[in-house]
Design a protein around this ligand. Structure first.
Ligand SMILES: [Ca+2]
Length: 129
């Protein structure tokens, strides 16, 4: 009887673990797509927070280099979303200068402690950074 309970308990634990893994997987996928969904469909977006809020700019694919010049946008990018089929690029300096961060097609991310609040120009024309 004890052995039966133990086997049943093990199955329950295994089932719970599988359920947890499924839920955890869904959350991970949900975060990536919901972040991208903050950006308009078929656009590239920059935000001022790690949580994809405080939108700094929205552009379509195919756009050339553009500087972030206002006090609200210059050196303020903390996260990005790219809901287009081509890569985009964010640069540390104006006119595409300095360090570059690839904004991958159909992806989104935040820049992290060392790279946030540095972007000063960006392009969406799909060419390499
Ligand atoms: Ca900068």
């Amino acid at each position: 009887m004890t052995q039966f309970k133990s086997a049943r308990r093990q199955r329950l634990v295994a089932a719970s673990m599988a359920g947890f893994a499924l839920v955890a997987g869904s959350i991970a996928v949900g975060q990536a797509s919901s972040a991208a969904n903050h950006c308009d469909s078929s656009k590239v977006c920059l935000w001022g927070t790690d949580a994809y809020t405080v939108k700094l700019g929205t552009r379509s694919a195919g756009g050339g280099l553009s500087n972030l010049t206002t006090t609200k946008t210059k050196n303020e990018t903390a996260s990005w979303g790219n809901d287009t089929g081509t890569d985009a690029c964010l640069y540390d300096n104006i006119d595409g200068g300095g360090q570059a961060w690839e904004l991958d097609s159909f992806n989104s991310n935040y820049l992290g402690t060392f790279d946030r609040d540095r972007g000063e120009s960006w392009k969406t024309n799909g060419t390499a950074c």
